[in-house]
Design a protein around this ligand. Structure first.
Ligand code: GDP
Length: 453
């Protein structure tokens, strides 16, 4: 469901990325576009305003204008703000903190209360949670339906329990929701269950009677988690529902279902700011194993549709010195790029990590990455080339043209390489220099200026 939002924001950032250096006006323009993209993706206006204001504040504070790749930095700031809006956070090192999963940290049996409108996927999600707890965490789970208004709902949960291999509380007609809840907890204590999932009744729309019933059950059962299930396809209505449940009942987490549908995704961004409760799980299909953890950082990445470009920018910012890069660009422009510069570049690439690792972080370069791995061009080449250049005299590095047969033999022997390898390096360097000259002639800004975009 995040594709639509992703597509819109991608358009904004593509335009942003194509520019090397940003002025303040560019940032302002980009923010205007971000704002429109978010509104079109069904993010609530107050949330949009908040987000854009945060991005602007940080963009100014961080001296975006002088940064390595300014456009990339704006992207990164938007990404971080999205993570926060989605309820995630980053620690001091900029690493995303783990998303809060279900909290079962309480004496067994731990009661989990499921609330939400009818048709939101509440009963299905109860089954999915039971299956996951049983399979992944080896928990003994008891399912109980408190829906006394629709007998079919109790039968549905019974069927789900059978499919997932967990137990459901035997149906006793005529009991009130409180009586069923009491029986479930008693059974669970007596038979040593770890978790009890209480599936409450839903209505087609929010009404006072429903809220009162759910609130009463909650007071009685004192659940450790109260999970609100909302249908992502209902967009802003899901947000309205969430606010109502938060006010009247109080929830500890949200499960968004039908994210496999083509919802615009904006509702997810509003949930945290409107309810204060984190999204804990996502329902991604009708099948019982279609339950996903919610990772704010990954979702933010998906929204921006940019692979792991964020960590790439971080590493680049750490390792590439803007001034060095500019000096290099100036040298290239004058055709003075020499083997010392080439060695420096190799060192920077080496510092950033493996080539294929770097490529893997860029969106849309999967094929290229496979080719590089095939050709085994990875770090070994970096190391070989660095060693070969280290065996040259300073004069040779500045004027590679003087390197003829006897010098090649000496360099090869000194670096443990073959003469062919030395030849290959020199050929590659020639090609590179030629390309740079061509690029400079074309009036482009040189390799380094384009940044990483
Ligand atoms: P309840 O009334 O809230 O208990 O809703 P149900 O659990 O009965 O779900 C209503 C319908 O939505 C059922 O047909 C489910 O199979 C379907 N459903 C539930 N969760 C998802 C989901 O994540 N994706 C999709 N595509 N369908 C879902």
């Amino acid at each position: 469901m995040f594709e639509a939002l992703s597509g819109k924001l991608n358009g904004v950032f593509d335009r942003l990325r194509r520019r090397g250096a940003l002025g303040e006006n560019d940032v302002a323009e980009a923010l205007r576009e971000v704002r429109i993209a978010l509104l079109e993706a069904d993010v609530a206006l107050p949330v949009v305003k908040d987000l854009v204001a945060k991005v602007r504040e940080r963009a100014v504070g961080q001296e975006v204008l002088r940064a390595v790749a300014p456009a990339q930095q704006v992207v990164k700031i938007v990404h971080d703000c999205l993570v926060e809006a989605l309820g995630g956070s980053v620690d001091a090192e900029g690493e995303p903190k783990a998303a809060p999963g279900l909290d079962l940290n309480a004496p067994a049996p731990v009661p989990i209360l499921m609330v939400g409108l009818q048709g939101s996927g509440k009963t299905t999600t109860s089954g999915k949670i039971a299956l996951r707890l049983r399979e992944k965490q080896k928990k003994k789970v008891l399912l109980a339906s408190l829906d006394v208004h629709r007998p079919a709902a109790q039968l549905q949960l019974e069927t789900l329990a059978r499919q997932t291999g967990v137990t459901s509380l035997p149906i006793v007609p005529g009991q009130t929701p409180l009586e069923i809840a009491a029986r479930a907890m008693e059974t669970a204590r007596r038979e040593l269950y770890d978790v009890v999932v209480l599936d409450t009744a839903g209505r087609l729309a929010i009404d006072e009677a429903l809220m009162a019933e759910v609130a009463e059950v909650k007071r009685f059962a004192n659940p450790h988690e109260t999970l609100l299930v909302v249908d992502a396809m209902t967009g802003q209505d899901a947000v309205v529902t969430a606010r109502a449940f938060q006010e009247k009942v109080g929830v500890t987490g949200i499960v968004m279902t039908r994210i496999d549908g083509d919802a615009r995704g904006g509702a997810a961004l509003s949930m945290r700011s409107v309810t204060g409760a984190p999204i804990k799980l996502l329902g991604a299909g009708e099948k019982l194993d279609a339950l996903e953890d919610f990772h704010p950082d990954r979702i933010a990445g998906r929204i921006l549709g940019m692979g792991d470009i964020v960590s790439l920018v971080e590493r680049a910012a750490e390792t590439i010195d803007r001034e060095d890069a500019e000096k290099l660009a100036a040298k290239m422009a004058k055709g003075q790029f020499d083997l010392d510069d080439y060695a420096k570049q190799l060192k920077q690439i080496g510092k950033m990590g493996s080539l294929s690792g770097i490529l893997g972080m860029l969106p849309g370069v999967g094929k290229l990455k496979a080719q590089i791995e095939d050709a085994n061009l990875d770090n070994t080449i970096l190391k070989r080339h660095t060693a070969i250049i280290a065996s040259m005299t300073p004069k040779e590095r500045r004027s590679p043209d003087i390197i003829k047969a006897s010098r090649k033999r000496r360099i090869a022997a000194g670096s443990g390489a073959t003469v062919q390898e030395v030849n290959r390096l020199l050929k590659q360097f020639d090609d590179m220099s030629a390309m740079m000259k061509r690029m400079t002639k074309l009036g482009q800004k040189g390799l380094m200026r384009g940044g990483l975009g």
